[in-house]
Design a protein around this ligand. Structure first.
Ligand code: URA
Length: 298
């Protein structure tokens, strides 16, 4: 590697590459780096259509615009042990995949995931995002995968999507003590990219075991990725949503399961909230009409 200081253009190229690989956060601020100020605006793309990478790089640069030298890779929130190419290694044949049927409790399941080395996402994530809420709840909610906030905190749906989810639940008198929340993937895909088919296939058995152990009366799936994986279909979420289906999560118990729109999608397409509200009312109706278990307010 050259001892010459990198030029601004080289730094921008490196940063754009890092953004493309999923780095979206700098751990060190300008003070820590104690670098001279430099005006970067003139180096940003000024004409022509910017590529998504350029746009993302511009945004990232804007947040560290006092920095003339980017922090070294070791201080970025970049993959801890990921390959520097940022590509996910193909899933291993999971020689170490445990016998999930032998896992007898949620605590064991969490421990099993913490020990599981078969999914490369684990190595780019900061935390395992296992679950939140009440493990004894009658309603289990399944999202797709943690985002940045969830990855940092280690709990599902704590970012803006989670805030909308909380409002949706509140509209039928529920809060997190009335529901149990998990994700199809317990680790954040770098840069919030869509999970690959391999990642989904690898982690689906874990989710199924998760549902078996939590044993909810009803399951609400949020978003197309999770719905397609759990319901084993290629249909889109707008076709899948709003229809209860009895789903066997692998223990021969048929659990009424409803797919609905993901809160992140609702934030982008607020007009679709009416569909989501219809779904949440359908959940409420099931919870209220079932007399076998206590109602959410009990
Ligand atoms: N989106 C999800 O699907 N799950 C989360 O935990 C957060 C955002």
């Amino acid at each position: 590697m050259s001892d010459q200081p990198a030029t601004i253009q080289q730094l921008i190229t490196q940063l754009a590459w890092q953004v493309e690989m999923g780095v979206d956060e700098a751990f060190l601020g300008a003070e820590a780096l104690a670098m001279p100020k430099v005006k970067l605006d003139k180096y940003l793309p000024s004409s022509g259509a910017a590529t998504p990478v350029e746009v993302a790089a511009s945004a990232a640069i804007a947040t560290i615009s006092d920095v003339s030298t980017p922090p070294s890779a070791s201080v970025m929130s970049a993959p801890k042990t990921a390959t520097l190419s940022g590509t996910m290694s193909p899933p291993m044949a999971s020689p170490d995949a445990p016998d999930l049927a032998a896992i007898g409790s949620l605590a064991e399941l969490k421990a099993g995931l913490l020990a599981f080395e078969g999914c490369a996402l684990k190595h780019t994530a900061s935390n395992l995002v296992f679950a939140d809420g009440n493990p004894g709840a009658r309603l289990m909610i399944i999202g797709e995968a943690p985002g940045r906030d969830e990855d940092m905190v280690g709990l599902p749906f704590v970012g803006v999507s989670g805030q909308l989810l909380d409002k949706m639940l509140a509209s039928i008198g529920l809060d997190r003590s009335h529901v149990y929340i998990a994700n199809l993937l317990p680790w954040r895909p770098p840069g919030n990219r869509t999970p690959t088919a391999e990642e989904t296939a690898m982690m689906l058995p874990w989710l199924r075991r998760h549902v078996q152990l939590a044993n909810p009366d009803y399951v609400l799936i949020l978003g197309g990725s999770a719905a397609k994986a759990v319901l084993d279909t290629k249909d889109g979420i707008l076709k899948l949503r709003g229809r209860w289906q009895d789903v066997d999560f692998g223990d021969t118990i048929m659990r009424p399961t409803l797919a609905s729109l993901h809160p992140a999608y609702l934030l982008r397409s607020p007009a679709q909230k009416r569909l989501s509200f219809a779904d949440i009312l359908a959940v409420n109706s099931r919870l209220s009409s079932s007399s076998l278990s206590p109602s959410p307010s009990d």
